[in-house]
Structures are given as C-alpha cells and as structure tokens.
Write a protein that binds this ligand. Structure first.
Ligand code: ATP
Ligand code: SF4
Ligand code: MG
Length: 318
C-alpha cells in the first residue's frame, strides 16, 4: 500500500547541511502497524513528515519516491495531494495543539475537516458527534475549547479528526509521549481499533517496549539510516543489527534475568558531518576497518527481514 524507496532528506541550515535521512526504503501493507524506533535525532519525525511531503523548512526531500497506492506522492500536484491528506492519509502528533486551534470549539474544528472535503454542514456536525463518541468523549464536548480539555482528551480530539474519513494510513508521531501511562494505553487502544477497521499505522516512538506490544513490524533508525526492518517476532528472536540488540537490551524486563537497564555508550553523531562507512561504527563493539571505510548495504537477510551491517553480508559502498 505504501512503498518508500531510497528516501533522502536534508536540512539546509546556516551551519551546514544536516543529512537527516539517507537511503531509507521500506513498505507498509494494508492493516499493518509499523513502528519506527531510534534515539532522538535519528530521523523518525523527518520520515513521518516526508510521507505527506510536509517536511518543515529548511528541510528538503533530496531523493527517493513515496508510492501510495501506485502514485508517487512526491510528484503529485498540490491539489491531488491535498485530497489525499486528511482523507486517505492523516497525521497525529505528540502535541495535539499542533493540529488544534486554541480559539475555536473542537466540534467546529472536527466538522471543518469534513466540510473541507465536501461534506455538508449538518452531516458534518452529526458525524463530529459520532466521532467524539468513537473516541470515548461525551457528545457535549463538541462545544468545548481545547484549553477546557485535558491533554489526553485533546489527543482524542486530534485522533477523531484524523479518523474523520477512515483513512487508509494513519501517521502517528509520538502521540502518547506527553501523556501518563493509563491515558497512553487508552490512546493506543483507539489506534488499535482504527487498525481493526482497516487502517495501516505508521507509528513513531522512542519507547521500544511500546513498539513491541502493538506493532506488526519494527523499523530501527540510527543517525538518519534505517538499519533494521522486519516483523516484531523476527526482530525479537533474531535481532540482526548491533544497535537493535543494544536497544532491546535497554528494555528492563525483556531480557529477563537482568533487571538492570543497559544504556548504549557514546552519542549519536552530528549529522552535518556523519562518520564515514557505517554511521554506527564509533559506538559499535564489532566495528573493524571495513566498517570505518565502507557503508554496509541494506539487504534482505531473511524473508521480510532487512538489515544494514557488514556482519550480515551484502556488498557495501565506499
Ligand atoms: P526525536 O526522537 O527527538 O523526535 P527524531 O528521530 O524524530 O528525534 P528528527 O526530528 O527527524 O529526529 O531529526 C533528524 C535530524 O534532523 C536531527 O539531526 C535534527 O537535528 C535534524 N533536524 C530536524 N528538524 C530540523 C530543522 N528544522 N532544522 C535543522 N535540522 C533539523
Ligand atoms: Fe557495527 Fe560494522 Fe555492523 Fe556497523 S557495519 S553495525 S560498525 S559491525
Ligand atoms: Mg521526532
């Protein structure tokens, strides 16, 4: 349903070019939940924004294709993309205020999303009430202003807006990070329900345990590169990339004998001047000469399980 090929995104800042995303390729099938994980600054949000061609300035997509149901979203006319945005693909962000206007009633805002795509006034308000119910908010909230709602309720409103047209794809960038654990769970349940109705999910989190619980596939990003991609089970049973292994070891209960949280020594690189060869080499316990010189190829190591690491073979490039 969604196929991303060789995506490259740079931020052209006054202090240099930030190579935020390079050579990223993956696909998402119908009704599939794919979660992107990785440390802060690894490029997860940048990829999320690229899907709808809304990378914020000074960012620019410098290479690649984003094929959604046969159409390349990056070369689509503005009008055609606008039709897809909100109707077929919608987005939910960490801060619900990104998509809400603080000065207007939430009911008006939900109805407006529907009217923008041609739904009549009465039907739009009727549907807004239904959507509120669907996200477990009382219908009288239709007259509330965003500031009269809690953080969790505001996030429900932005999910209601995102659900307005039963989208084929929901892009959710850390939608629960600002919420407490119980509210977090209820938001995750809502997204699960959306998936059960046929929507595919592109989810971003820095919390790998959250990724493991709900998703079908995991995409691991490191310093702008997709280093591993595959089914949750294959990644848990056989993590192929040293960085993925380190991330899994940083989850307390998973590798159960030890309750101690292991952190990964070192820091992610400055993407204005990323290390040559494998970008993980300065932190990798297995790094050798080849890793410092040659970039590992991204290969399908076993069916549906992709990795970029010299330990797993494939021909690299200088
Ligand atoms: P986080 O977990 O903190 O949300 P992330 O994985 O979503 O991180 P991105 O926000 O996509 O990472 O950032 C990727 C890289 O691009 C980082 O090096 C970041 O500094 C850089 N970047 C992001 N936005 C901008 C911007 N507006 N201008 C310049 N550089 C940017
Ligand atoms: Fe480590 Fe080399 Fe694999 Fe990179 S390519 S993850 S440095 S072993
Ligand atoms: Mg982010």
């Amino acid at each position: 349903m969604l196929e991303v090929k060789n995506l490259g995104i740079h931020y052209f800042t006054l202090n240099g070019v930030v190579r935020a995303v390079e050579g990223v390729s993956f696909s998402i099938d119908k009704k599939e939940w794919v979660t992107f994980v990785g440390e802060s600054g690894s490029g997860k949000s940048t990829v999320a924004h690229a899907i709808l061609n809304v990378v914020p300035s000074p960012g620019r997509i410098v290479s690649g294709e984003i094929i959604f149901e046969g159409k390349n979203l990056l070369t689509l006319e503005k009008e055609a993309l606008k039709e897809i945005r909100g109707r077929e693909i919608s987005m939910v962000f960490q801060d619900p205020m990104t998509s809400l206007d603080p000065l207007r009633k939430v009911g008006d805002q939900i109805a407006e999303v529907l009217m923008e795509h041609g739904v009549g006034n009465d039907e739009a308000y009727e549907r807004a009430r239904e959507l509120l119910e669907k996200v477990n908010l009382p219908a009288d909230r239709i007259n509330s202003y965003p500031h009269q709602l809690s953080g969790g309720q505001r996030q429900r409103i932005s999910i209601a807006m995102a659900m307005a047209f039963n989208p084929k794809l929901l892009i959710a960038d850390e939608p629960t990070t600002a919420l407490d654990v119980i509210v977090q769970d209820s938001i995750m349940d809502l997204i699960d329900e959306l998936k059960a109705e046929g929507t595919s999910i592109f989810f971003v989190t820095h919390d790998i345990s959250l990724a493991i619980e709900r998703s079908d596939k995991i995409a691991v990003m490191y310093a702008g590169k997709l280093v591993e991609f595959g089914n949750v089970e294959s990644i848990l049973e056989n993590p192929l990339h040293p960085y993925t292994k380190a991330l899994l070891e940083s989850v307390p209960d998973l590798w159960s004998e030890s309750k101690e949280i292991k952190s990964i020594p070192g820091y992610p690189p400055d993407l204005r001047n990323p290390p040559g060869g494998c970008r993980f080499h300065p932190r990798c316990p297995f790094a050798d000469e080849r890793c410092r010189k040659m970039e590992p190829a991204y290969i399908e190591y076993e069916k549906g399980h992709f990795v970029a690491c010299h330990l797993r073979g494939g021909v690299g490039s200088e």
